[in-house]
Design a protein around this ligand. Structure first.
Ligand code: MG
Length: 170
């Protein structure tokens, strides 16, 4: 059975993961409106990833005989200045998520919940990858000033991304 503090933190995180999914889907909609279907594809896969994270937490709570409580999802940005702005906001968001995961880890450590610590390690590693991926795209976007032919080339590359449910394979 999960201790109350750990359970509450994970329930909050389920909401946060769905909020992330919603944010990335909103970004996908923005890219669709700009005719950048590759960038939209990339964001839709982000949406799928975040949803899979929420479900991973959901299943863990059930496995530990806890009760999942779903709460309303906060509103997300619907408009952005430009492509660089979208990815700066994505990076800032992922840094926030990393912070959240670390805080849940702190609670698990304080509560001597070794099973949750072990479970959270997957998310600690996942966040390193998430931040690195977004940083790489941001570097490229800054190189091309977020405009011109480079954007179309990058859009084509972003179209290649496919969803792999890493919560099932790792
Ligand atoms: Mg996530």
């Amino acid at each position: 059975m999960l201790k109350e503090k750990v359970l509450n933190a994970i329930n909050d995180q389920i909401n946060a993961e769905f909020h992330s999914a919603y944010l990335y889907l909103s970004m996908a909609a923005w890219f669709e409106d700009k005719g950048l279907t590759g960038f939209s594809n990339w964001m839709k896969i982000q949406y799928q990833e975040e949803t899979s994270h929420a479900i991973k937490f959901f299943n863990y709570v059930i496995e530990r005989n806890g009760r999942v409580i779903l709460t309303p999802i906060a509103a997300v940005d619907t408009d952005f200045k430009n492509i660089v702005d979208v990815f700066e906001k994505t990076l800032a968001h992922e840094e926030l998520v990393t912070d959240r995961i670390n805080k849940i880890m702190d609670i698990a450590i304080a509560e001597s919940d070794h099973a949750t610590r072990s479970f959270l390690n997957w998310f600690v590693d996942e966040q390193v990858e998430e931040e690195a991926n977004v940083n790489e795209i941001l570097d490229t976007l800054r190189l091309i000033n977020g405009e011109g032919n480079g954007v179309f080339m990058l859009d084509r590359e972003m179209k290649q991304r496919v969803f792999v449910d890493s919560t099932q394979t790792e």
